[in-house]
Design a protein around this ligand. Sequence first.
Ligand code: ADP
Length: 448
Amino acid sequence: MAISRILIANRGEIALRIHRAAHEMGIETVAVHSTADADAMHVRLADHAVCIGPPPASESYLNVASIIAAAEIAHCDAIHPGYGFLSENARFAEIVETHDIAWIGPKPEHIRTMGDKVAAKKSAGELGLPLVPGSDGAVDNVEEAARIAEEIGYPVIIKAASGGGGRGMKVCDSPEKLQTLMQQAGSEAKAAFGDATVYIEKYLGNPRHIEFQIFGDGNGNAIHLGERDCSLQRRHQKVLEEAPSPVITAEERERMGGIVAKAMADMGYRGAGTIEFLWENGEFYFIEMNTRLQVEHPVTEMITGLDLVREQIRIADGKPLSVTQDEITFTGHAIECRINAEDPFTFAPSPGKVSAYHAAGGMHVRVDSGLYAGYSIPPYYDSMIAKLIVYGRNRDKCIMRLRRALEEMVIEGVKTSIPLHQQLIKQDDVLSGDYTIKWLEEWLAERD
Ligand code: ADP
């Protein structure tokens, strides 16, 4: 079965990213879009476009029936879900496969396991990944929670089993607050994810967020593509990502990469995935696995020379991994800045019409974005409008080039996070790579 026409079940820069990989492989693309996105760049560039509903995502990008109907009408033989929306919906993956359409993603059972953080943690432990100390599964009463918290020591973090995007998490520093915070976490999780299940973990004081990119062929072979450092976060959301991490040595990369690749091979994992860890005092602690392509995948592409979307499509087409672990080399340094349509320091959303647009260019500069002059950023979706990705032979050269590229970016008519990035890369701690997941919020608080 050779994939010849892919339906792109997403929007924005990632829809364009998928379109580009497909066209470079000689594969046709079908864009599905809401009425709000009729003028989007990926809709213009795709070979065919189908409108699947009104602006709210629940009625368009999350509308399974409309998307499947569009795939059938347009004779698509594969669906790429991108990230967000339906990308980690195991039921959707199953429905796609029952329609004899190739699902460009992991096996549905693996999406399901990893989407439930309690099951994911159990499975990660069985596969030999180091875990954050905590409850052995879900916790449903406060007595049990108190016993576990006492055992691992305060502070602890209460997390939603179905959580995502940093929601449904509560840090608890004393037994008195446990009951209230557990109830809050549970009801927030119920409201956001329809599942009130929570579990407990030791709250790590000052870790870095380090994640490994992996790929499996679904037949017991798997490789790792090194790590990304995503410690610059605000409200548990990544702002800037880099590869390699400034704190991971080649030996550590090989050791930990070997462990995650073996775990994925043993699992029979198929396609792209990311194993996320917190890293503190030289130790890795698994927090979750994402069974999809990540926003920050380009930094890995820059230092490995591999096209991750092409690799995903090849695997969905039943082909083997295009490289062996020995053939993968890590060269130089890459940084990605997420550019959002929002106030750079208050973070208030700023949708609207882009009056002027000019993307940075030049050697080793990549801009993934669907923006153009005259485009209206709709208010209905995520505020990320562009990613600026820059490569350098080493970290210092990469930062110098990033400074130059940020100067060149022009996005007028809306506020963007470009000024935030310009400030960030002037800070001594960022220049020296000395930051943890706490750093950005502390720095922002000091600015006020
Ligand atoms: P989500 O799926 O909602 O993104 P994660 O489990 O990936 O949730 O955690 C998101 C972020 O929350 C992490 O990058 C980290 O900043 C923080 N976090 C999660 N677990 C812990 C923990 N045990 N200790 C300290 N911080 C944590």
